[in-house]
Design a protein around this ligand. Structure first.
Ligand code: SF4
Ligand code: SF4
Length: 342
């Protein structure tokens, strides 16, 4: 995680824009005439769909596990703060999103589709015109309210017990960009070869939502948009400030790339100081975990207990604890190491 939240987002672009400077791909894959629950998972493998909300989990496996779920949730709550790509896709590519949602719902036998979005009256009003057939539910826009467990908590009224998955409660939660990809394949015969993402360089007021071909390098994107990237001055965060990672300009856009943020190197990191036991990380953790205690255990190698493992299984590395820590302790880096002990 990049330990900074000091970014000037004053230049945040209108999320209604979604453009592409690239030629659109030709039809290269047969569309699906009929949704057959038996063959649909194999179809998702054929088009190359993985979780485009960042997980990269094979979509076919998720669909198979969700057979019999009563509700499909379109997750349109942004995966990371400062990113607006899910909203842009929902507003601009609604025919594809709706087609993908209907296909997945049919494949698992769901009878209800809920569109989960930030509780923004202007946004919801516009979405109602596009998704009249679905139930639209507003959620807090505060990160990480798009996490599956927090969506489930709001929809079921209860926090899902540790170790449980949404399908155990009858819900399939799919990111809006993943559903767009399903609809694109069904309607246009285009498999997963393009990636909607947010590209931002706040220091020069650049902020865009765009569709890029999967496999293009970040350097090529910089050249297309004339971004003054300098490796000595800037760092590139792939997929957000909270759960993202630093990459080089020669890295490529993947199916799971949510965003590319170009940050000032000198603003992006804070000095680490000793823990003051202020408790802010405990209060901030949406799962009620004790991040610093877990971090201490990782640092001291005390990772064998069942309690530690259960808590590490629950932690989804959202990064909120590290973001609020006034001592700049890299909690998420330790928690990532803790996950390796599972
Ligand atoms: S990363 Fe931190 S805040 Fe997020 S779930 Fe894990 S312990 Fe909690
Ligand atoms: S927020 Fe930081 S300083 Fe406060 S208890 Fe947690 S780790 Fe310690």
């Amino acid at each position: 995680m990049l330990r900074t939240i000091k970014i000037d987002w004053n230049h945040l672009a209108d999320f209604q824009t979604l453009e592409t400077p690239f030629p659109r791909p030709e039809r290269i894959h047969p569309g699906l005439d009929e949704i057959n629950p038996e063959t649909f998972p194999a179809y998702l493998d054929e088009i190359g769909l993985v979780g485009m909300g960042g997980s990269g989990f094979p979509a076919s496996t998720k669909i198979k596990a969700n057979r019999g779920s009563h509700t499909l949730v379109i997750n349109g709550i942004e995966c990371e703060p400062g990113i607006t790509i899910d909203k842009a896709v929902l507003l601009n590519d609604f025919l594809w999103v709706a087609a993908g949602a209907n296909a997945c719902a049919q494949a698992i036998g769901a009878t209800r589709i809920i569109l989960a979005v930030e509780n923004n009256p202007e946004l919801i009003q516009q979405l109602e015109k596009r998704y009249g057939e679905f139930q639209i539910t507003g959620f807090s826009g505060r990160y990480p309210s798009g996490a599956e467990k927090l969506i489930l908590k709001k929809l079921t009224g209860k926090f899902p017990p540790p170790g449980t998955r949404p399908f155990e409660f009858g819900f399939l939660i799919q990111n809006a960009v993943s559903l767009r990809a399903v609809g694109r394949a069904i309607i246009d015969g285009i498999p997963v070869v393009e990636r909607p993402l947010t590209l931002a360089m706040p220091s020069v007021g650049f902020y865009k939502n765009l569709i890029a071909p999967v496999g293009i390098t970040i350097q090529e994107l910089f050249e297309i948009y004339n971004l003054p990237y300098d490796a000595a001055m800037h760092l590139i965060s792939d997929s957000g400030l909270m759960m993202g990672r630093e990459v080089s300009q020669f890295s490529t856009i993947e199916k799971t790339t949510l965003s590319i943020l170009v940050l000032q190197r000198d603003e992006a990191f804070r000095e680490e100081r000793p823990c003051t036991r202020c408790g802010a990380c405990n209060i901030a953790c949406p799962l009620g975990l004790h991040p610093f205690t877990l971090t201490e255990k990782v640092r001291k190698g005390k990772t064998a207990s069942a309690t530690f493992k259960a808590q590490m299984t629950e932690c989804f590395l959202c990064g909120v604890c590290a973001a609020v820590c006034p001592s700049g302790i890299p909690l998420v880096e330790s928690l990532k190491k803790g996950k390796q002990c599972l």
